[in-house]
Design a protein around this ligand. Sequence first.
Ligand SMILES: [Zn+2]
Length: 96
Amino acid sequence: MIKLLLFVACGYVLYRLFMGDKKKKEMTQKKNVEKMVATGQMVKDPVCGTYVPQDSDIRVRDGEKIHNFCSYECRDTFLKQLEASRPKENQKNIEE
Ligand SMILES: [Zn+2]
């Protein structure tokens, strides 16, 4: 009976240690992302809000701005939004 209790206690301690490590890792990862965001190494995907590295391959140049995306799906969504917003601007130019 005592052996069983010890076994359970050990298991609990190991479980706590493992969970603690996992939480610590998540915290450091979060801090790293925050640091990279602060230094401009990570930029926000304008479609879904995920932070992606500034030098990622999936990006779109919009005038002087460069937008980075987490996936081609997000890039396509952004391009569609961009196309949808362009005819209005053209109309404005014509009216002026
Ligand atoms: Zn995205």
